[in-house]
Design a protein around this ligand. Structure first.
Ligand code: BGC
Length: 739
């Protein structure tokens, strides 16, 4: 066969893509031309279907009738193929027969619940994270859902903020890669496939920087910090092809994000050329009245639409005011048309105009329940998410032949708690949740005697169960404890000022450690907690987060050595609440501390060590990894060149294991000051016992760019340090000069 030159192929595919787009645009225009103003505004209106309301609802009459009149473009919180079909049938009775979009917060799995996103981020495993989102999309799309309100890509440096559980932690580089992986996972091979759901990147923007970690609170930050730390994951998600964005509840530098033109028009739709649509957060258009930047709900509608919010989730401001605003010539019809077109385009791309019921397939929905492959993937993801924080004298892994094991704590037999916030399974008991107790039971030998004592409740102040727990510990060879937060203690509107172990749980840990038995403490939570007594006194600590449907099986695999833990913290753990925010990529200040306990007129707290309790990137394995022979292929780099850094890593312990090798840089002198470290690369390597491998990272000036005080994104010549290691603190370093 004759070879077609690459350029022709390339031009051909460009032509094909633009022809496709054109034909979709033409279809959109032909629909738009036939629509009345009421129908156009209808497309911008989203209601909650009420199956699981995720905010304060507005009761305003017969939704079915409004759907029939074409006054609703989308619904959220309608569960199941049958229910979505029934509503779509009503939409098909409307004059224009424009299909509804069904949205849902599919945050970490649908039927099969995966670990919470922060836990998945601890895996640093992009293909696994993408797969988790892919499975969630497959299950959700089979239940009639077209659109997930995920990924949440908000950078979070404050663990008091309950929504830290929903994101990928504190780092913009890791966060960007994870954001893109999740978008790809949700959207699969592209919109139009029956197992692809539209991603919705949220919350645009800077929601994670709420003052004091209090949800919905104000955000005030420099534009440089916004661009450098908070926006990169959004940009990465947009570049990965995310279909939609959601704006956020917070005000940013005095303007609520929902009414923020700079964010939505200038950056998102302008600079980034985002062609999808923006949905408001729940009621956030109306909430601008409370913020105080609008006079009334008409002003709110005007401000939000002008700023670039295309769809109104639940506030009714668009529905109640846009028609009058157009008639009074306060809003140009072109502005409405632009928003409507963005939404219609997605409905076309999803194939809903061809078949509005293509996602409502009860048979497919049922096939997805208890799908063995999905459960297995959830277990693997959970194993990859578990962080080993401490393992004194290698007490882990445990032997499966222990004679007596005491399982103690309020979370050992917990069921629903394993799913954490933003999970659906409670609505449907057909997928079994494996508890930690069951996981251990399935793993130990037939001769092992398992003792159980709850010890105390998660939040209660009663110590009445302590005696029974101590008695169980005394009889055991090993004690395994599971303490932590209830599944609804981290999440939306779940900010906490005290992030210690709730109730009397740490006292229980103390009482059990006092028995002198070997104790393994497992902590389940949706955020970094503070547990200094446990950290300093328990010989072994495992951070479980919330692991989902397969929690118990994954935990047991780790406890008994069938999986060697490999996760690394995606966020720093503070020593006390007073140390918050503590993050690895901080500036040096003019008076940096010389060491961890230096308080001599340096930037430090006089009553606290300077380091976090556990640093970003930290996590142990049952084996040990030694780093040696760091080298660079050049010491002076021209701007047109690339530079490679290589390090040898050796498995010096007794188990095969996986290490996440992390590369950080420091730009020593900048026109604006630069952080002491910035993550710029990582690689996961698997090493057999005794095995060594060289790991290389190659980077260019593109990786050395930053925002200067004019918000220009560029590199500057000068001296740089590179650091390579298994976390952000224990690193080997080298220097180079960029000419
Ligand atoms: C949350 C969003 C969520 C929406 C719909 C809001 O309260 O902030 O993240 O997608 O509700 O449930």
């Amino acid at each position: 066969m004759k070879k077609i030159p690459f350029t022709l192929l390339f031009l051909g595919s460009l032509f094909y893509a633009s022809a496709q787009k054109k034909s979709t645009d033409q279809k959109v225009d032909s629909v738009l031309r036939m629509m009345t103003l009421t129908e156009k505004i209808g497309q911008l209106n989203q209601y909650s279907g009420g199956d699981d309301d995720t905010g304060p609802t507005t009761k305003d009459g017969d939704k079915h009738n409004q759907i029939k009149k074409g006054m609703v473009g989308s619904l959220l919180n309608v569960t199941g193929a049958k229910a979505t079909r029934a509503l779509q049938e009503i939409a098909m009775q409307s004059r224009m027969k424009i299909p509804l979009l069904f949205g849902q917060d599919v945050i970490h799995g649908y039927r099969t619940t995966f670990p919470i996103p922060l836990a998945e981020a601890a895996s640093w495993d992009l293909p696994a994270i993408e797969r988790s989102a892919r499975i969630a999309a497959t299950e959700a799309s089979a239940a009639g859902i077209h659109w997930t309100f995920a990924p949440m890509v908000d950078i979070a440096r404050d663990p008091r903020w309950g929504r830290i559980m929903e994101g990928a932690g504190e780092d913009p580089y890791l966060g960007s890669l994870i954001a893109a992986a999740r978008v790809k996972g949700f959207q699969g091979n592209g919109l139009g496939n029956t197992n692809a759901v539209m991603a919705c990147v949220k919350h645009f923007a800077a929601y994670g920087a709420a003052v004091g970690g209090r949800d919905y609170n104000s955000v005030d930050m420099s534009l440089r910090q916004l661009h450098e730390i908070y926006l990169p994951p959004f940009k990465a998600a947009a570049e990965a092809g995310a279909a939609t964005f959601m704006n956020s509840f917070n005000d940013l530098n005095g303007t609520p994000a929902t009414g923020n033109k700079y964010l939505q028009r200038n950056i998102l739709k302008g600079e980034w050329k985002f062609s999808g649509f923006v949905v408001s957060d729940w009621g956030s258009i109306g909430e601008m009245l409370n913020h105080g930047n609008v006079r009334d709900s008409a002003d709110a509608a005007f401000t939000a639409l002008t700023a670039g919010s295309d769809m109104d989730m639940e506030s009714r401001c668009y529905k109640n005011n846009l028609a009058t605003l157009v008639k009074d010539k306060k809003i140009k019809i072109e502005l409405i048309d632009d928003a409507v077109k963005r939404i219609l385009r997605k409905k076309f791309e999803m194939g809903l105009f061809d078949d509005p019921y293509k996602f409502c397939n009860e048979q497919r929905e049922n096939e997805q329940r208890n799908n063995i492959q999905n459960l297995l993937a959830a277990k693997i993801m959970a194993e990859k998410s578990i962080v080993l924080l401490k393992n004194e004298n290698n007490i882990l892994p445990l032997s499966k032949n222990i004679k007596t094991i005491a399982c103690i704590g309020p979370l050992i037999k917990a069921v629903r708690e394993n799913l954490g916030f933003w999970s659906f399974q409670w609505q449907d008991d057909t997928v079994k949740i494996v508890t930690v107790w069951e996981g251990i039971k399935n793993k130990v030998s037939a001769g092992t005697n398992m003792l159980y004592a709850k010890g105390c409740g998660i939040k209660d102040s009663s110590r009445a169960g302590f005696a029974e727990a101590i008695a169980a510990a005394v009889k055991a060879d090993v004690v395994v404890m599971n303490v932590g937060e209830a599944g609804d203690m981290s999440g939306e509107a779940k900010s906490r000022s005290n992030i210690g172990l709730p109730g009397v749980q740490e006292e229980l840990v103390k009482a059990i450690i006092a028995t002198g038995k070997p104790v393994v403490v497992m902590i389940s939570a949706g955020r970094p907690l503070i547990f200094n007594y446990t950290a300093d006194n328990a010989p072994a600590i495992i951070y479980n987060w919330w692991l989902g449907t397969q929690a118990g099986n994954a935990v047991a695999d780790v406890l008994f050595g069938d999986y060697n833990p490999s996760a690394k913290l995606p966020v720093s753990f503070p020593r006390t609440e007073g140390q918050i925010p503590v993050y690895y990529n901080h500036f040096n200040t003019g008076r940096p501390a010389a060491n961890d306990s230096d308080v001599n007129y340096v930037s430090a707290y006089t009553d606290l060590l300077n380091s976090p309790k556990y640093p970003f990137g930290y996590g142990l394995s049952y084996t040990n990894f030694a780093y040696s022979n760091i080298s660079l292929d050049k010491n002076i780099m021209a701007a047109t060149e690339k530079i490679s850094a290589t390090i040898t890593i050796t498995n010096t312990g007794n188990f095969a294991g996986e290490e996440t090798v992390q590369l950080y840089i420091r730009d020593m002198v900048g026109s604006v000051i630069r952080p002491v470290k910035e993550l710029k690369g990582f690689q996961k390597v698997f090493l057999q016992k005794g095995e060594s491998k060289n790991v290389s990272f190659t980077f260019s000036t593109a990786d050395l760019r930053f925002y200067n005080d004019q918000l220009q994104y560029n590199y500057e010549p000068g001296n740089f340090k590179i650091f390579i290691g298994g976390n952000s603190v224990d690193v080997k370093e080298k220097e180079f000069i960029l000419k």
